[in-house]
Design a protein around this ligand. Structure first.
Ligand code: F6P
Length: 360
């Protein structure tokens, strides 16, 4: 009997998701399997919709497209599903319903593409008996168990291009610019784009910053005749003795929305240095656009490997890049917490050697 295998994409999107879907569909159909897509993450198994058949034609010409043809959501946790009862929102466990739907659709395996949140749900479903294979994803590059995730290189490229464009205008006006990039728990995007885009200061969550040290760097540059400064800050950066900056109060069942740290730093630096200061938040631009060649290739490798994992019945495992190869590791590897920038990372040392201030 032919295998019926589904794929779903959950959590925030990342450039390369469509390349994963294409590789999964092509590698599966080559084996004679019937391939399906579950729309909007796990939510697609909890509504009455049928899984979407994904023949080869459905994935033509999508390798280079950002977003995901299956849609996604970061609000679809079946173990704590928001349900309104008597006008009050309560969280209910709908995982049994989800398993029933999976069996009713006669599916043999589910390939779950997501970050630690989505993979955590995948792990719990596997523990309940669903044959799950994981594919790690996030632009933040902070999923444990893999050396890199697809989407990261594209986000870094976007941020670097933005810094390249800001440089001349900052220099022309002798201004101080503070640029906020994504990175909730990890400073990979800030660090890589900041170095490549020749920022003067890079602030990351792993190194709490001292605003006085940042102001010192601005003064030091002025003394050397450099009258403009570019600060790159990860959205999750924290001041010494302070906390992360939130965009809005955290809502039940949702991750806190970070944002605003660049504005805070810009104000403080304007006061401390008297310089004309501007700030810019790159936000979701970093999640959009066509995946870079690196991300496309990694995503295609992950997708093809996920199908090999199904064929080998490696359920409960996920694909991971451990150069030079894509390997299989338990999904629990991804759940060991955010993979931040190690304080002894050579890339951090590179920044220091280049004279870039890190706020410490
Ligand atoms: O985890 C990826 C990420 O892009 C973070 O860098 C950012 O904090 C978050 O997603 C934004 O999520 P949302 O799209 O829900 O605003």
């Amino acid at each position: 009997m032919t295998m019926r295998v589904a794929i779903t994409t959950g959590g925030g999107d990342a450039p390369g998701l469509n390349a994963v879907i294409r590789a999964v569909v092509l590698a599966g159909t080559r084996r004679g399997w019937s391939m399906f897509g579950i729309r909007r993450g796990f939510a697609g198994l909890l509504d009455d919709a049928e899984p979407t058949p994904l023949p080869r034609e459905a994935v033509r010409g999508i390798t280079h497209l950002g977003g995901t043809i299956l849609g996604t959501t970061n609000r679809g946790n079946p173990f704590s599903w928001p349900t309104v009862r008597d006008g009050v929102t309560v969280e209910t466990d709908r995982s049994d319903e989800l398993l029933d739907a999976f069996r009713r659709h006669r599916l043999d395996a589910l390939i779950v593409v997501g970050g630690d949140g989505t993979l955590g749900i995948g792990q719990r479903l596997w523990e309940k008996g669903m044959p799950v294979i994981g594919v790690p994803k996030t632009i933040d590059n902070d999923v444990s168990g893999t050396v890199v995730t697809f989407g990261f290189d594209t986000a870094v490229t976007t941020a670097t291009e933005a810094l390249d464009k800001l440089h001349p205008t900052a220099e022309a006006h002798d201004r101080l610019f503070v640029v906020e990039v994504m990175g909730r728990h990890a400073g990979w995007i800030a660090l890589h784009s900041g170095i490549a885009g020749t920022a003067d200061v890079i602030l990351i969550p792993e190194i709490p910053y001292d605003i006085a040290k940042v102001a010192d760097k601005v003064h030091e540059r002025e003394a050397a005749g450099r009258n403009f400064t570019i600060v790159v800050v990860a959205e999750g950066a924290i001041p010494k003795d302070g906390t992360v900056t939130l965009k809005e109060e955290q809502r039940a069942g949702q991750a806190a929305r970070l944002g605003g740290v660049a504005e805070r730093i810009a104000q403080e630096l304007a006061e401390r240095t008297g310089k004309e200061t501007r700030m810019l938040t790159l936000g979701h631009l970093q999640r959009g656009g066509s995946p870079t060649t690196f991300d496309r290739l990694l995503a295609l490798r992950f997708g093809a490997a996920a199908v090999r994992a199904v064929a080998e019945k490696r359920f409960g495992q996920m694909v991971a890049l451990q150069p030079p190869n894509v390997v299989f590791v338990p999904i629990t590897e991804a759940l060991r917490g955010s993979r931040g920038v190690p304080l002894d990372a050579d890339v951090l040392r590179t920044a220091r050697d280049l004279g870039i201030a890190l706020g410490d």
